[in-house]
Design a protein around this ligand. Structure first.
Ligand code: HEM
Length: 557
């Protein structure tokens, strides 16, 4: 009996462990099969030209078509492009100097007109050709921007740059065009630009001795302060000096804003992996969400304070700055406080660095090419003369200086990939290829403006290529009508600040060149290496010596 019971126990135990074993084994098999299926799918997606995001779309789309018996599967030409890595696609293309990497990949795939690639799960198309760029940028299908977590985190979806294409975005553009960027308003802020130019000249004259002692002068800081002051004046109606004590006497307001802009600039410029790999989203591995959440309350406090000061000091008699304009809006145009904060913050943010970055490139080129610098200065002497400083009314006669600015925009566009990409709102056709809804589109303006097919000796710095010789010759416009050089973009989402930005750049460069001769500093020669953040800047800040060209009389005009 005992033996029977024992054997029963043994049998029960054996059968139990067998069941457990079979359960475990079948679970392991299941995991293995699912894993293999997932791996095979990942490889299948990845095998598609353009990489995993394109493969996934193709497979899903084919399935949908096959499920619908009425639809014959469509045979469409495939956009060529690199596959990159399984799952990740070509994230590596966006690391460091993305414009150079993308141009090289497009060359290697023979896909300069249109190349497809994947950033994780994001489908991207990019063109290095002006005709295709025109097709993209000027199509209403690409009037949206792709979602970027940092842009949303920093409230830019409520400002012009990242607002979804629609009524709200159109309203903001109309308000900004009418009150900030229109010719009348640009003219009205001329005196402010003049004053800031004088302050820069004063500061550089003072610091010149340090520069001559061999250390050299770093102009970047002066330029950034100048353009921040300029935007502070136009947007918030606050004008300070450029010197350290002016910044301190502003209760550190300028220093605080500078830090906010710098942090926002860095966050928006980062490639956020979780924008493209949704399964990483919860981790916030790069701490971008965390940093945005720290920054936004500071921006809110800063801008809300300025709005409330404007509210309490409004007389209703006249409009002084952009805050007043926004506060005076009525009816359907009226903005909530949080929307106002987003719009004002974006203007400061966008207007500050682009201008400073471009001027630094221009000065660097002029130091590297003293012959070009002398020609600019000869022109200034002829048009303006040495007895007075430059006025904005002189600018229309400074054709060579304008050509220099265009040539620098060609070789060093601040937004080599046009800063912010576009998003296809619906399915469309570009250059004969089908581009599905939700695809991100980029234009590699840097590659286009260096392409030997469109430019003679493209790598040479030759401003004279933009000088018109004949009165009937039409001047080259950099404002988006000719896509061989459109550094401000084109179409519906073209840069609304382009005239203001270019007016500021040209006038300040003219003033700085009229007042000083710019020379290399003994210790650090000009280095044209780039670093791509939100804008493409000089990797090594420009270090120079300056020599006064005309006697500086404090505030002579
Ligand atoms: C040298 C100076 C500047 C350059 C090179 C530049 C370049 C650009 C580029 C390439 C775009 C994207 C255009 C597109 O998608 O087609 C853009 C958009 C934008 N820029 Fe500028 N910009 C400059 C100055 C400014 C200034 C001074 C402001 C304002 C104060 C400004 C405000 C904006 C805004 C709000 C957008 C977004 C437009 C939209 O999405 O509708 N920019 N800029």
């Amino acid at each position: 009996m005992k033996t029977d019971i024992e054997s029963l126990w043994v049998f029960a135990l054996a059968s139990k462990s067998c069941t457990a074993l079979t359960q475990e084994t079948s679970f392991a098999w299941l995991v293995l099969i699912v894993g293999l299926a997932w791996f095979t799918m990942a490889l299948l997606y990845w095998a598609h030209p353009g990489g995993p995001a394109w493969g996934k779309h193709k497979w899903r789309n084919n399935n949908n078509n096959n499920n619908n018996s009425n639809n014959k599967p469509l045979i469409r030409p495939t956009i060529p492009g690199p596959r990159g890595l399984p799952l990740l696609g070509s994230m590596g293309l966006m690391a460091s100097l993305a414009h150079r990497r993308i141009a090289a990949a497009a060359g290697a795939c023979n896909a300069r007109r249109l190349m497809a690639f994947s950033l994780g799960e994001t489908r991207v198309v990019v063109t290095c050709h002006p005709d295709v760029a025109r097709e993209m940028l000027n199509s209403s299908v690409f009037a949206d921007r792709p979602i970027k977590e940092s842009a949303y985190g920093l409230m830019f979806n409520r400002a012009i740059g990242f607002a979804p294409y629609g009524l709200y975005w159109r309203t903001l553009r109309r308000i900004a065009a009418a009150h900030l960027f229109c010719p009348k308003q640009i003219k009205a802020s001329e005196l402010q630009r003049r004053e800031i130019a004088d302050q820069m000249v004063g500061l550089l004259s003072k610091d010149r001795r340090g520069g001559e002692s061999g250390r050299g002068l770093r102009v970047r800081e002066v330029l950034k302060r100048a353009s921040l002051n300029n935007m502070m004046g136009s947007v918030f109606g606050r004008v300070y000096g450029l010197e350290h004590h002016d910044w301190v006497s502003s209760n550190n307001e300028l220093e605080e804003l500078r830090e906010l802009v710098d942090e926002g600039y860095e966050l928006l410029g980062l490639l956020n992996w979780s924008d493209h790999l949704p399964w990483l989203a919860d981790l916030d591995a790069q701490r971008i969400r965390f940093r945005c959440s720290k920054l936004v309350p500071k921006v809110n406090r800063f801008v809300a304070r300025i709005i409330s000061e404007h509210r309490s000091s409004r007389t209703g008699e006249r409009t002084r700055d952009f805050v007043d304009v926004l506060l005076s809006l009525q009816g359907t145009d009226k903005l909530s406080d949080s929307d106002m904060i987003a719009v004002l913050w974006e203007m400061i943010f966008r207007g500050t660095d682009t201008v400073a970055v471009l001027i630094e490139w221009i000065l660097a080129r002029l130091v590297l090419h003293p012959d070009v610098q002398s020609t600019v200065q000869d022109e200034l002497d002829k048009v303006v003369g040495r007895s007075r400083s430059v006025a904005e009314s002189d600018m229309s006669q400074l054709a060579y200086l304008t050509a220099v600015v265009k040539e620098v925009l060609r070789l060093h566009p601040p937004g080599p990939l046009l800063s912010w990409a576009r998003l296809a709102i619906t399915d469309t056709t570009i250059d004969g290829y089908h581009v599905p809804k939700g695809t991100t589109a980029m234009v590699n303006m840097w590659a286009i403006s260096r392409d030997p097919e469109f430019w003679v000796d493209p790598l040479e710095f030759m401003p004279q290529r933009f000088v018109t010789h004949d009165k009937n010759e039409v001047e080259f416009s950099v404002f988006g009508s000719d896509l061989r050089l459109a550094p401000f973009g084109s179409g519906r989402r073209t840069c609304p600040g382009k005239t203001l930005g270019l007016t500021t750049v040209c006038f300040w460069v003219a003033s700085l060149l009229h007042e000083f001769k710019w020379l290399p500093s003994g210790r650090s020669p000009v280095d044209l290496s780039e670093v791509l953040r939100l804008s493409c800047e000089m990797a090594k800040p420009l270090n120079v010596k300056v020599r006064p060209r005309r006697r500086i009389i404090n505030t002579s005009h």
